[in-house]
Design a protein around this ligand. Structure first.
Ligand SMILES: C[S@@+](CC[C@H](N)C(=O)[O-])C[C@H]1O[C@@H](n2cnc3c(N)ncnc32)[C@H](O)[C@@H]1O
Length: 204
């Protein structure tokens, strides 16, 4: 973020109630950048729902970020084909199925040549991880840089062999996360605890 220039645009896909938007917004403010927050806010189990939009707007107001954050309501997959504005940093945390994630990666067409993409729930969600294996491990456009827990960073560069290997090296951590999720779905929290997992929530 600190490498962004004043006037730069951060696009966040999947804002929900604005938790990550607020973090991005405060960081963007320090460099004079802006955040475009995209969320469909449709009702349904996998989406936030219309009341989430009200909560998002209230949270952005409470954080004093209304001048930094611009909300765009819609599906990322429908907005993408007609999007014309440049993007300086892409943050992906929308729908976690393979097809939506792979489509969201295509927003990178608006990034500069050395642009970066942050992906949340990478190597913890099955859809996001399978998209990463296909597009990053087996592709030519994205290089995996690093991660902090499940927040992974990619850059637009053809990956060398060692870059692809670093993706493979994340797979044990991914498989461990899937194993813990299965235990939690089976309500085996105590067993998950034996493997070091604390709390009722999925590992991320
Ligand atoms: C995991 S939540 C985002 C969490 C948020 N980044 C945070 O840190 O609190 C996913 C969000 O993506 C939104 N979403 C899902 N599919 C979408 C799509 N295709 N386009 C835009 N938003 C989408 C949902 O409405 C939901 O609010």
């Amino acid at each position: 973020m600190c490498r962004l220039r004043p006037g730069a645009t951060v696009v966040e896909i999947g804002s929900h109630q604005g938790r990550s938007t607020i973090i991005l917004g405060h960081a963007a403010r320090t460099v004079g950048a802006r955040v475009v927050a995209i969320d469909a806010f449709v009702d349904g189990r996998l989406f936030g729902g219309s009341s989430t939009r009200d909560r998002f707007e209230a949270n952005i107001r409470a954080a004093g970020l209304t001048d930094v954050v611009e909300l765009v309501v819609g599906y990322s997959t429908r907005l993408r084909p007609s999007w014309t504005r440049p993007v300086d940093l892409l943050y992906i945390d929308g729908k976690h199925d393979y097809w939506t994630y792979v489509d969201d990666l295509r927003w990178s067409a608006h990034l500069p040549a050395d642009g970066e993409i942050l992906v949340h729930d990478c190597f913890s969600s099955i859809g996001v991880t399978s998209g990463t294996l296909v597009k990053v491990l087996a592709g030519r456009r994205y290089t995996y840089v690093d991660r902090s827990r499940s927040l992974a960073r990619f850059t637009l560069r053809r990956p060398a062999f060692k870059d692809r290997w670093r993706v493979v090296a994340q797979l044990p951590w991914f498989l461990g996360n899937v194993f813990l999720k299965v235990l939690l779905r089976l309500r085996l929290r105590r067993v998950a605890g034996w493997f070091g997992h604390r709390g009722p929530y999925d590992p991320f």
